[in-house]
Design a protein around this ligand. Structure first.
Ligand SMILES: C[S@@+](CC[C@H](N)C(=O)[O-])C[C@H]1O[C@@H](n2cnc3c(N)ncnc32)[C@H](O)[C@@H]1O
Length: 228
């Protein structure tokens, strides 16, 4: 039988997302601290990556299951949990079908990248739509969740990188799968310098760090709370 690789899995196992996740740890922890996670709570962290939020959830005593489609990130999460002896933090490989958190910077990187990439396969649902309230309502509606059970808040995430915005672009170019793909496609038609300049311009414009040689980029995301 012909085995086909899930395209999402192929995408996220490319490069090394842990390099980007390393710049988001403080915000991940702050987000978790704002959620009222407490000892014994059962938490399912879907699309958990290498545990930016799963690890802080477990530190607070929750019983955490992190699920991610990328085997390398599941392994990285397991190593991080083991390093802290967090036996209440398990990581498993699995497909959550497009559940994702959305950051503005990431939306803009993906928008820029898509202009340089071949069109996505038919039926592809952009993860960006999880940042649009009407789409979220429609999806939960189809699962039988009424509008009044869903609440939304705009929140902010911080990328913190110990280097210039251009060096941070290089991290995305070398390790962040969607950006790696965009550069590969751009290389094919000689547009990689253009893509590099466009991303550097974006990162520089969004950088709020006061020190030289540091990058601090706030990115908004949609926090969705569903009461069941
Ligand atoms: C932008 S990363 C965010 C990771 C993590 N939540 C964090 O805050 O660092 C998106 C993650 O979603 C995972 N992912 C993408 N599609 C998925 C799917 N269908 N099922 C499970 N995980 C998925 C990727 O492997 C990746 O780890």
């Amino acid at each position: 039988m012909l085995q086909t690789m899930n395209p999402n899995k192929a995408l996220w196992e490319k490069g090394d997302f842990t390099r980007i996740a390393a710049t988001m740890r403080a915000s991940g922890e702050a987000l978790v601290n704002s959620l009222g996670v407490r000892r014994g709570l059962k938490v399912l962290d879907l699309g958990c990556g290498d545990g930016t939020t799963a690890i802080p959830e477990a530190r607070l005593g929750a019983d955490v299951l992190g699920v991610d489609i990328a085997g390398n990130l599941v392994e990285a999460g397991r190593r991080r949990a083991a390093a802290e002896s967090l036996s209440n933090c398990r990581f498993e490989e699995g497909d959550a079908s497009n559940l994702d958190a959305l950051a503005t910077l990431v939306a803009q990187i993906l928008k820029t990248s898509s202009a340089y990439s071949p069109p996505p396969p038919e039926g592809f649902v952009s993860p960006m739509t999880w940042g649009v309230e009407s789409h979220v309502e429609e999806r939960f509606g189809k699962a039988g969740v009424p509008r009044e059970k869903i609440s939304f808040a705009r929140d902010t995430y911080l990328f913190e990188f110990p280097g210039t915005p251009a060096a941070f672009v290089a991290e995305f170019r070398n390790y962040y799968p969607p950006t790696m793909n965009a550069f590969e496609a751009a290389r094919g038609n000689g547009r990689q310098d253009e893509l590099q300049r466009e991303l550097e311009h974006l990162f520089e414009a969004q950088n709020t760090a006061e020190q030289r040689d540091a990058t601090r980029i706030p990115a908004t995301f949609l926090r969705v709370t569903v009461s069941v």
